[in-house]
Ligand binder design. Structure first.
Ligand SMILES: Cc1cc2nc3c(=O)[nH]c(=O)nc-3n(C[C@H](O)[C@H](O)[C@H](O)COP(=O)(O)OP(=O)(O)OC[C@H]3O[C@@H](n4cnc5c(N)ncnc54)[C@H](O)[C@@H]3O)c2cc1C
Length: 488
């Protein structure tokens, strides 16, 4: 049940009429600000407090949301992130998604991506293995870096706050309603950015959206990632690369990955090893189907397991199936780890060190915006005047379609129009839920591309506010300090 805070309790909580005192360490608003701000709002017949009134409110603090809030603030507007967990980083931190895949597009690093990479190095995470192009990270360090970035740019963060509703007047969102530790509360802003990954805000505001593959109705399968500690990495590497002669694994000690995926064309040497588990009855076919693990910088002897892949019948967009997937996936984790500990050289002393606190939903809902990116945009290497990023990661729609990579040096661009809709003028959408088909999304969803999209959203929101332009009408090609210029 949602617990609204009564007006009386709210003032008691605040201890004063200045709403700034509600949030520890937050600078109290000036008297003028406090006077101009109605401290409560009527929602569903109840008075609830207005916690913030900001220029830009970013809902969701994943890779794209942090990028958006940071860049809005860097461009001189007051920005806030609403995040339902207590760490920024989204799937990269809460879902234990490691590493950031390289975009495969030449010169794709936008200024913000460079900042994140520099921060990693400053924190002792030398992310570049010189072979794979992947950015190897560490979830706890990434969460710290994101806090730091927000603090440096002056971004306010509202943790442990779940976006539950949007109040719309005409074609503008005026307010969002959040569930906080103290009950329901409101946040007002001039521009809203939906970085929830699930297009939650856009859907709540009536923006058209779609989910899953139009041909099958399926969402991409979710994974329930976890970490295993106590691994003898040298022994494991020697077995996989030396004994099994796995030549797919290009990275080398101390940072490397192991994998197998039975449904792919690529044949991995560990496939037979997992298939033996099915024969012996120790693993189900579902558990053996997909197994992948990456070492984690700064956690010696620990690997991030990009598995189990949860059967497709558990949809990421169905609340009951999502919930059942957690229980089902947890058992899969146990069976896979038991099997590895028993049979895989290097895992003899291993143990489950951590479970992700968020299921790995690769895809859920996507908006239908002013431009709809489709598979042809990948193959045709589309260019757009209003491009905000370039990418070339292959189409990786688990269970549905795996594309050939683009030719070396090839890439397609992502237009600003795929981040905005006709319906709501003060809304920008970022990350994995922009306007793209199921198949195209399976390419653009990688973290570095999501960051560049979020970066553009932040810059565009500040530009729109300063120039009194609707966010969905920004002509990105005219933004003087744009983070990416089209290669057209
Ligand atoms: C299993 C798996 C493996 C992957 N592997 C890789 C990989 O190896 N490399 C790579 O680069 N990418 C990988 N990806 C893709 C990548 O992690 C995501 O596409 C990317 O993180 C999307 O970023 P985002 O900002 O759009 O959203 P997310 O990372 O999904 O972040 C969304 C944020 O919004 C918050 N939120 C959601 N709803 C609400 C709400 N109602 N109120 C408040 N907060 C809310 C969430 O808590 C979260 O912090 C993988 C994804 C999965 C699922």
């Amino acid at each position: 049940m949602l617990i609204p805070i009564s007006r009386r309790d709210f003032f008691k909580l605040a201890g004063a009429a200045a709403i700034g005192t509600l949030i520890a360490d937050r600078a109290a608003p000036s008297k003028a600000q406090a006077d101009s701000l109605d401290p409560t709002l009527n929602y569903a017949g109840r008075h609830i407090p207005v916690l913030f009134d900001v220029d830009v409110c970013v809902c969701g603090g994943g890779p794209s949301g942090v990028a958006a809030a940071f860049n809005a603030a860097q461009n001189g507007v007051k920005s806030l992130i609403i995040e339902k967990s207590i760490a920024l980083g989204g799937l990269a931190v809460l879902g234990d998604v490691i590493p950031c895949m390289e975009t495969k597009a030449p010169d794709s690093d936008t200024p913000y991506v460079k900042i994140v990479k520099q921060k990693l190095i400053a924190h002792g995470i030398n992310h570049d293995d010189g072979v794979t192009g992947q950015v190897w990270t560490n979830p706890e360090t990434l969460a710290l870096i994101y806090d730091e970035l927000c603090s440096e740019a002056g971004v306010e963060i509202l943790y442990n706050a779940t976006l539950v509703d949007a109040l719309v007047e005409g074609d503008r969102i005026t307010t969002v309603i959040v569930q906080t530790i103290a009950g329901l509360a409101a946040v007002k802003a001039k521009i809203f950015i939906d970085s929830t990954g699930d297009a939650y805000l856009a859907r709540a505001a009536g923006v058209p959206s779609e989910r899953g593959y139009e041909k099958t109705g399926n969402n991409q399968p979710m994974s329930f990632r976890f970490e295993m500690g106590g691994i003898n990495l040298k022994k494991l590497y020697k077995y996989v690369v030396g004994t099994l002669k796995e030549d797919w694994c290009k990275s080398e000690l101390p940072h490397f990955e192991i994998a197998e995926a039975m449904h792919r064309k690529q044949r991995y040497k560990l496939e037979e090893f997992m298939a033996r588990g099915v024969e012996s009855g120790e693993l189900t076919q579902e558990e053996a189907e997909y197994m992948q693990a990456y070492t984690i910088i700064g956690k010696d002897g620990t690997m991030s397991m990009n598995c189990p892949e949860i059967p497709i019948k558990f949809r990421s967009t169905d609340p009951i199936e999502y919930s059942r997937a957690v229980t089902y996936g947890r058992l899969m984790i146990r069976n896979i780890s038991d099997y590895l500990i028993k049979h895989l050289p290097g895992f003899e002393q291993a143990y489950i060190a951590r479970e992700a606190v968020m299921l790995g939903a690769r895809e859920s809902w996507r908006i239908r915006g002013k431009y709809y990116l489709v598979e042809d945009d990948y193959h045709n290497q589309s260019r757009f005047e209003d491009a905000v990023a370039r990418t070339a990661w292959f189409i990786d729609a688990h269970g549905e379609k795996i594309s050939e990579p683009l030719p070396k040096g090839g890439f397609y661009e992502i237009p600003y129009r795929s981040m905005v809709s006709e319906r709501i003028e003060n809304l920008i959408v970022t990350g994995r839920c922009i306007s793209a088909s199921f198949i195209l999304q399976a390419s653009m969803r990688i973290q570095l591309t999501c960051m560049s999209i979020g970066e553009a959203a932040g810059i565009a929101s500040a530009y729109a506010l300063k120039n009194k332009i609707a966010a969905n009408d920004v002509q990105w090609a005219r933004v003087p300090n744009r983070s990416y210029v089209s290669a057209r």
